[in-house]
Design a protein around this ligand. Structure first.
Ligand SMILES: [Zn+2]
Ligand SMILES: [Zn+2]
Length: 173
């Protein structure tokens, strides 16, 4: 039994819920969960998935797109080919589709993974004022962080957090 003294802090509480929500995802490459929180109130949950009524990644397989990323390895610029699944609507985008603007004004989003550029851009225009994430997504960190600063949106990572093990699904990368 958990005593009142050791109960979860709010960051852990809401991130745990985001991870729980992510287990609903049916994309084998990525399980992302996001929740909308106003004050201490949970106002919405979402995960990445295909539009309802069309075959999802488990039924039809992931829809793979390839693109190229430039990274610096030991001082050398390297071009790396990356694959990602484009069948799913991202968790953050689904969250925006299924919540009301009035609920988002001044709210926080807890999301298991650092938002990609497109999601970050949409969140920045959605009324929310804080984004809290756990797993880093370094590809877009630079431009996302800069934009959040310009918008005055709190953008923070829970770097000492660890998710409930049963909510973490091994993904292919
Ligand atoms: Zn997929
Ligand atoms: Zn995204």
């Amino acid at each position: 039994m958990i005593s009142p003294e050791t109960r979860k802090d709010w960051d852990t509480y809401f991130m745990d819920i985001a991870y729980m929500v992510s287990t609903r995802s049916r994309c084998s490459r990525r399980h992302v969960g996001a929740v909308l929180v106003q004050g201490k109130k949970l106002l919405g949950t979402a995960y990445n998935g295909a539009p309802s009524g069309v075959p999802d990644c488990l039924e039809a397989g992931c829809m793979i797109a390839e693109d190229y990323e430039v990274t610096v390895v030991e001082g050398q610029e390297k071009v790396i080919k990356k694959q990602r699944c484009i069948r799913t609507i991202h968790a953050e985008q689904n969250l925006l589709l299924f919540t009301d603007r009035v609920d988002r004004e001044g709210s926080s989003v807890y999301v298991t993974d650092e938002p990609c550029w497109t999601c970050a851009n949409m969140l920045a225009n959605s009324g929310i004022t804080e984004i809290v994430y756990h797993r880093p997504y370094p590809k877009d960190t630079g431009k996302v962080t800069a934009m959040m600063q310009q918008k005055g949106i709190v953008f923070r990572r829970l770097d000492t957090y660890s998710p409930p093990p049963e909510t973490v699904v091994m993904i292919q990368d």
